[in-house]
Design a protein around this ligand. Structure first.
Ligand code: MN
Length: 347
């Protein structure tokens, strides 16, 4: 039973000027800065890290970008990102004295092997917007109201006193458009659109970015989506729980089509359109045989809270966790967790 400590996270306060000054000071003082995205990096993690590193370079600060992935390749939807000459794999990082700043990672486990690189850094800062952020940074720039870490990365660019170049703006926009689902998710505000307007003014090609990030996939990925849709199941809404639509993507299905795990990432966007379901779940088998569980909520259920109870994390509307159990067991576990959530929201 894991219900007792539910919701006991202390509130995370938005960053103060003192926090920002501490971050900037440590970045400027460093011999070099390693900007880090979380494992299985998405547009927000990589766009933020890349945009920040490009800005640091423009400010005359030595900076590189890293994330822990083997093989060390960008997800297909992000291969257009500017600044890729700054990328270094964990093994390629040859730095003696350095500062490290993580972007969009809520806890150290999300950094993979780079967590220990952070331990040895002279300074370890964190920029994030997850409510589940654990406070691991010496300086934490964490705003849980920010729709994307990229918004905070843009403030970092400004506070470095760097002009917003088209390349930097494109990286920031990658993060913004990813985490807002093209400005459709609830976290999008008038301020989000003002940020987007600034990025437009900096010369980004928003239509090309949208096509790369959301609307481009090889035919094999379309076939994988077809497989996932065909095997999707609906657990109807009941007294005790919300409607859940779920499906699985096995390693053998991917292997047959020659696809890596990130090719399965967009499947949930189609599955979650099911009108009878409040919650959508896609259970994807990694190359290591461990299942990566992605969840989405339409708003009644806080899947971020649910996933953090199941060992993962995320936001109210989008969250995930990993599990070595079978998909059937995983979906049972989720159903039970949602029943509990429904009970407690009534009481
Ligand atoms: Mn994010």
């Amino acid at each position: 039973m894991r219900t007792a400590e539910s919701g006991s996270h202390p509130p995370i306060l938005p960053p103060t000027d003192a926090d920002w000054n501490a971050l900037i000071q440590n970045i400027r003082r460093a011999e070099s800065v390693v900007c880090v995205a979380h494992v299985s990096p998405d547009g927000d993690a990589l766009g933020s890290a890349m945009g920040a590193a490009l800005a640091m370079r423009a400010a005359g600060i030595e900076a590189v970008v890293s994330f822990d992935e083997d093989p060390f390749v960008l997800p297909g939807s992000l291969r257009w990102l500017p600044g890729q000459e700054l990328l270094r794999s964990v093994d390629e990082l040859v730095v003696d004295r350095y500062a490290m700043v993580s972007f969009d990672a809520s806890d150290l486990a999300r950094l993979g092997r780079l967590a220990s690189v952070g331990d040895k850094a002279e300074f370890f800062g964190a920029v994030d917007h997850h409510r589940s952020y654990t406070g691991f940074g010496q300086v934490s720039i964490v705003d849980v109201t920010a729709p994307a870490t990229a918004v905070l990365a843009l403030e970092l660019v400004d506070r470095l006193g760097v002009d917003l170049s088209r390349d930097i703006a494109s990286c920031i926009y990658a993060g913004l458009t990813t985490d807002t689902g093209s400005f459709r998710f609830a976290g999008t505000t008038a301020q989000t659109h003002r940020v987007a307007a600034r990025l437009h003014d900096a010369g980004i090609a928003h239509d090309e970015i949208a096509r790369e990030v959301f609307d481009t996939a090889p035919f094999t990925a379309v076939q994988l989506l077809g497989d996932a849709i065909r095997s999707a199941q609906l657990i109807p809404k009941s007294e005790s729980g919300p409607g859940i639509v779920w499906t699985t993507v096995t390693k053998s299905q991917r292997d047959f089509l020659g696809l890596s795990l990130d090719a399965a990432e967009p499947i949930i966007d189609t599955i979650r359109t099911t009108s009878e379901a409040e919650v959508a779940v896609v259970i994807k088998e990694g190359d290591d045989g461990v299942w990566r569980v992605s969840t989405r909520s339409k708003g009644l259920v806080d899947v971020g809270l649910m996933c953090s109870k199941l060992g993962g994390g995320g936001h109210r509307f989008a969250a995930g966790f990993s599990s070595a159990r079978s998909p059937r067991d995983i979906i049972d576990e989720i159903s039970r967790a949602l029943e509990l959530a429904t009970d407690s929201s009534r009481s």
